[in-house]
Design a protein around this ligand. Structure first.
Ligand code: GRF
Length: 193
């Protein structure tokens, strides 16, 4: 079985979209793959309740309980490795990961970023796109490499920036597309594994 481990920090709507698509498209029969666990660095992450309702294994590895980034990453990796993952999927996971962690999962670590990379890596992407006068914005699914919000692009989606957009309205428009491209990118990888 190809196990997928999803890391979240908050609402987990991308995680939920992946879980629902996996079920609807029958990833278990099609690819021999399943979402094996959802892990959060925050106990209060809303997505954990959804994951539990779906009968998925969940865990919390709180970054605050660890003295250094490396110590946190080691504890996180130990929890992830219990599931022997084929893919580790960052879905709104708001921690910068150490080079050692990225290297450990090289080639099987994915992220979604709410901009058309390589434009606007980092935070506040929607506000920055509006302030730059962009006519279009979007989201990118990419392989994770040592450099933040870089790495080979797997999928992108484009949405218009409308004249009255705020960061919130633009974020909501982009998020609907994230829910389509993240499952699509994962299915594409699974089909080749
Ligand atoms: C998404 O916009 C994602 O691209 C960004 O954080 C947000 C997470 O949303 N990294 P959710 O937790 O998946 O609902």
């Amino acid at each position: 079985m190809k196990n997928i481990v999803i890391l979240i920090s908050g609402t987990g709507s991308n995680m939920a979209a992946i879980v629902r698509t996996a079920r609807q498209e029958g990833w278990q029969d099609k690819f021999g793959a399943r979402v094996a666990a959802v892990i959060s660095n925050k106990a209060e992450a809303g997505g954990l309740a959804f994951a539990r309702e779906q009968g998925l294994a969940t865990a919390v590895v709180d970054h605050k309980g660890h003295a250094s980034r490396e110590a946190f990453d080691a504890a996180l990796a130990a929890e992830i490795d219990r599931h022997q993952p084929a893919l580790v999927v960052l879905a709104g996971f708001m921690r910068i990961l150490s080079h050692g962690f990225v290297a450990r999962y090289a080639g099987r670590l994915l992220n979604i970023h709410p901009s058309l990379l390589p434009a606007f890596p980092g935070l506040h992407t929607h506000q920055r796109a509006i302030e730059a006068g962009c006519r279009f914005a979007g989201a990118t699914v990419h392989q994770v490499t040592a450099e933040l919000d870089h790495g080979p692009i797997l999928e992108q989606a484009v949405v218009p920036v409308l004249p009255d957009d705020t960061a919130e309205t633009l974020a909501a428009r982009v998020l609907t597309q994230e829910h389509l491209i993240y499952p699509r990118a994962i299915a594409g990888l699974l089909s080749k594994m």
